[in-house]
Design a binder for this molecule. Structure first.
Ligand SMILES: [Zn+2]
Ligand SMILES: [Zn+2]
Length: 279
């Protein structure tokens, strides 16, 4: 038996190009569209935006720019190969390009994808911190950057990148979603992935229009403090699933409510730390 026959002709199948390959391309374009301008902003580090910087120490833009671009290239090449290998299974899923569902069904499906993906991501991410082997050999790559900028969002080990992509596809496969809905969903997911790393807490950031998303501060604290704030979109997971909220993040939110800027909150934190050390 010719085992290559199993994959024979996938490149002649238009659905192969529309479903896995176009989805991968759209996903990467969405990430770069958000990540690139914010990376340039972080590189320039304009004085007018410094008051919005979540961490006051300098960004590590130059040090991690080429490694980030390199990882993006390699990770997408590996993911594309894995999509080719899994094509015999993928092509039998109910994802389709027949009739589009009515708008409220699309909205409900997108909400379901966010809820499911965030739940699965929370547990995968938390496990990557709790399992010593995964932390040391896989997840530590993403944590090399403590003060992130947009392009660092996909700076990660290829295994983490592939697993994260797999989680993203579970919702659409379960519901047998329309291809266009899958595309909208991967765009939302990549906006979140890029925005979570921009390093700025800016009131006019358009992502605040996304109703369920917590904004870049949440994940920034994960990079700064390393433990806690494992969710991507929704803070309820860290609040209720084992109390993995980062206390400094909660103090930040309180500070914001009192009208303090990111700089003032960090100054207050360091004063308290000094008082704690000397007290
Ligand atoms: Zn982590
Ligand atoms: Zn991150």
């Amino acid at each position: 038996m010719n085992i290559f026959g199993l994959w024979e002709g996938f490149y002649n199948d238009p659905w192969f190009w529309q479903f896995p390959m176009a989805t991968l391309a759209i996903s990467m374009a969405a990430f770069l569209l958000v990540a690139t301008p914010w990376t340039i902003v972080a590189w320039l580090d304009p004085v007018s935006l410094r008051k919005y910087k979540i961490q006051q120490k300098p960004f590590e833009v130059k040090k991690f720019l080429l490694p980030s671009l390199g990882r993006i290239l390699v990770n997408n090449a590996i993911l594309a190969s894995l999509l080719v290998l899994s094509w015999p299974l993928l092509k039998h899923t109910a994802v389709h390009n027949n009739e589009l569902p009515i708008w409220y069904v699309i909205l409900a499906q997108l909400l379901f994808f966010v809820l499911l993906d965030d739940f699965l991501y929370y547990w995968m991410h938390r496990y990557m911190h709790e399992n010593k082997w995964l932390l040391r050999h896989v997840h530590s790559v993403h944590h090399r950057v403590r003060n992130t900028c947009g392009i660092n969002g996909n700076y990660m080990h290829w295994l983490e990148y592939s697993l994260t992509a797999t989680l993203t596809l579970i919702g659409p496969i379960l519901l047998g979603a329309h291809l266009y809905v899958v595309w909208i969903w991967v765009i939302i997911r990549q906006i979140e992935g890029a925005d979570g790393h921009i390093g700025y807490d800016i009131p006019w950031n358009p992502v605040h229009l996304l109703p369920v998303y917590e904004g870049p501060v949440y994940h920034d604290f994960h990079h700064a403090k390393f433990k806690g704030n494992y969710a991507g979109f929704l803070p309820y997971l860290d609040k209720y699933m084992g109390k993995t909220h980062i206390p400094a993040y909660l103090r930040y939110v309180q500070g914001k409510k009192r009208g303090l800027t990111a700089v003032e909150i960090e100054q207050q934190e360091s004063v308290q730390q000094t008082a704690g050390r000397t007290g």
